[in-house]
Design a protein around this ligand. Sequence first.
Ligand code: MN
Length: 199
Amino acid sequence: METKDQLEEYRSKRNFGRTKEPSGADSSQGSWQGTQPQFVIQKHKASTLHYDFRLEVGGVLKSWAVPKGPSTNPREKRLAMPTEDHPLDYITFEGTIPEKEYGAGTVLVWDTGGYRNLKDKPIAQAIDEGQAEIWLEGEKLQGGYALVRTGKGKDVRWLLIKMNDEKADARRDPVSTEPASVTSGRTIEEIEADEGDDS
Ligand code: MN
């Protein structure tokens, strides 16, 4: 596995003596191996609120920061900025990152579940080519989503777009109406209150 090299940037940004985020040391024995690949969307109240969209690909979590969060409306293209690969065990991470640490703030597991690659090629290749399509089987989000890279040079950006299938629903707005964690039931404020005073 190339996991160690893939996580070099992730580790270089963090002091694991201070943050409770996983170091990824155990990623090669991830409990998800042999099952359907997983995704997670983590609501992250940092210096600016955003949603981190992560896909299990080749032993790590490929990651994008989505400022407005995902939409269920195919007409809403959501900006998705690539961020560093994260270790597999980050999928279940929920809690606070101490002040002055990278990503300082509060993380909530907003949605998680399995996903299927909808393309006729490996998902890693589809991401490399900037044209991925996946079917999410989350609690809040289901159905096809496209991750599309557009622009060139300094203008490169990614878009996260709901595909037009039976799970598309322009009337839903789960980012607003379903804010709580799917694993703990807590809101960002409740996680802050539970954990914010022990760092
Ligand atoms: Mn983040």
